[in-house]
Design a protein around this ligand. Structure first.
Ligand code: A4P
Ligand code: MG
Length: 169
């Protein structure tokens, strides 16, 4: 197992926001690998803009609570301000998985509680490691993805996108 962060953006220069977030993670959080980049309509359905999503496999000595604080700080630095739940945001950084740990406190649930219903989280995680399992249920993420379907999800750039200048494929 390892630690996986799910990234999403649906405001401003979405791709640039995701890259800025990845660059803001070190040195406290080292980025091992980044998934392909995907686009999908907001879920639950709401007016555009669409989201860009990706996932990163990371290494860190921060415990889950300290990692959440770090992610919230990056979100804030990138201009995110609290709005309505599920409202549009320049950047959303969630702890998807933290090894095989299960955390369930008021402020933090790991694995992310809606992971199993979201192709835009499952597909990027599976890009990174195709044998991942849900630590609480033991279900394979590949089976969860088959259940939710990924028809709404478009892969817009292959792995390595965050190191390349923008180009349309
Ligand atoms: N929190 C609890 N567990 C976690 C965790 N594992 N990682 C708490 C990060 N945060 C966690 O989150 C609200 C609170 O959740 C945090 O303060 C933290 O204490 P937030 O990011 O501030 O607000 P939010 O993102 O609006 O709420 P939430 O519940 O995280 O929303 P989701 O579930 O992340 O949904 N559609 C598409 N296509 N792509 C998307 O990326 N994202 C959302 C946001 C909705 N629709 C989307 C997408
Ligand atoms: Mg969030």
């Amino acid at each position: 197992m390892a630690i996986y962060i799910a990234l999403g953006a649906n405001l401003g220069d979405r791709r640039a926001n995701l890259i800025a977030a990845l660059e803001a993670l070190p040195p406290l959080v080292r980025v091992d690998a980044v998934s392909s980049l995907y686009e999908s309509p907001p879920q639950p359905p709401s007016p555009p803009p669409a989201y860009l999503n990706a996932a990163a496999r990371v290494e860190t000595d921060l415990d889950p609570e300290a990692l959440l604080v770090h992610l919230k700080r990056i979100e804030h630095d990138l201009g995110r301000r609290p709005t309505v739940r599920w409202g549009p945001r320049p950047i959303d950084l969630d702890i998807a998985l933290y090894d095989d740990r299960i955390v369930d406190t008021r402020d933090l649930q790991v694995p992310h509680p809606r992971l199993d219903k979201r192709a835009f989280v499952l597909r990027p995680l599976l890009d990174l490691d195709d044998d991942l399992e849900h630590p609480a249920t033991g279900e394979r993420l590949i089976d969860l993805l088959a259940r939710v379907g990924e028809a709404d999800l478009v892969r817009v750039e292959r792995r390595g996108w965050h190191e390349r200048p923008h180009s349309s494929e």
